[in-house]
Design a protein around this ligand. Structure first.
Ligand code: PEP
Length: 248
């Protein structure tokens, strides 16, 4: 039995006062034995979020794979670990597109996070052009082959993988339930190919891309969808609360 995990991704939004207000409004609702709820927030909000989180888990949105050194503007895994961060999003398509993240660097980040006991939330997903060309499966398998290389089966089983078709992120054009389930099934199969049945059965797979209170339930009803990574709808207290209440 996989425990569902629903995580918001605030991206570059919210200051400390807004973070405090959000956690004061939403954290109590997130108490659940049956599912994990969390928020990925900017580095500058992590301290405030952690101080106000009793039920929500707190995720960083990125990390560097080196421990320290001349990497201006970057934040290392030991820095996150010292703060008490337990999850970290890696390989989000915005980072891959705009900040040069590759399967190779994402793989290094995954390795460093796992060593620190921080759960990676690894994002993969195809562009609209790849989707139109019928290349979704190829892209998903290739991204996973690179990003998950040389890990241990147990480590992969304990990770979270988010399938996020780029054409569905922030567009309001969510993937149909059939597409989302089919692609999450491909993710699970690729984990099986690389790390075996046990890791594949254990790994939690999220769908991400314009998830809202009005479509979360149908995604969560799919056998290979164990959760969601949610951008826009995680920014508003009322919509994230509604998502939690509908999936508890
Ligand atoms: C995301 O940022 O990962 C995301 C899925 O965004 P949205 O829910 O706004 O499409």
């Amino acid at each position: 039995m996989r425990k569902p995990i629903i995580v918001g991704n605030w991206k570059m939004n919210k200051n400390n006062a807004e973070t405090k207000a959000f956690f004061e409004a939403v954290d109590g609702v997130a108490a659940s034995e049956n599912a994990t709820y969390g928020i990925g927030c900017p580095f500058t909000d992590l301290r405030t979020a952690l101080d106000h989180a009793k039920n929500l888990v707190v995720a960083a949105e990125n990390c560097h794979f080196e421990d320290s050194g001349a990497f201006t503007g970057e934040v290392s895994v030991p820095m996150l670990e010292e703060m008490g961060v337990k999850y970290c999003i890696i390989g989000h398509s915005e980072r891959r597109e705009m900040f040069g993240d590759t399967d190779e660097t994402v793989n290094k980040k995954a390795k460093r996070l796992i060593k620190a006991g921080i759960t990676p939330i690894l994002c993969v997903g195809e562009t609209e052009a790849d989707y139109d060309a019928g290349n979704s499966e190829k892209v998903i398998r290739e991204e996973l082959a690179g990003s998950l290389a040389d890990l241990c089966p147990k480590c992969v089983g304990e990770m979270v993988i988010a399938y996020e078709p780029i054409w569905a992120i922030g567009t309001g054009k969510s993937a149909s339930v059939e597409i989302a389930e089919n692609c999450c099934k491909i993710v699970r199969d690729q984990v099986k190919v690389m790390y075996g049945e046990e890791a594949a059965e254990k790994v939690r797979i999220q769908y991400g891309g314009s998830v809202k209170p009005n479509n979360i339930v149908e995604y969560m009803a799919q056998p290979d969808i164990d959760g969601a990574l949610i951008g826009g709808a995680s920014l508003k207290e009322d919509s994230f609360t509604e998502i939690i209440e509908k999936t508890k």
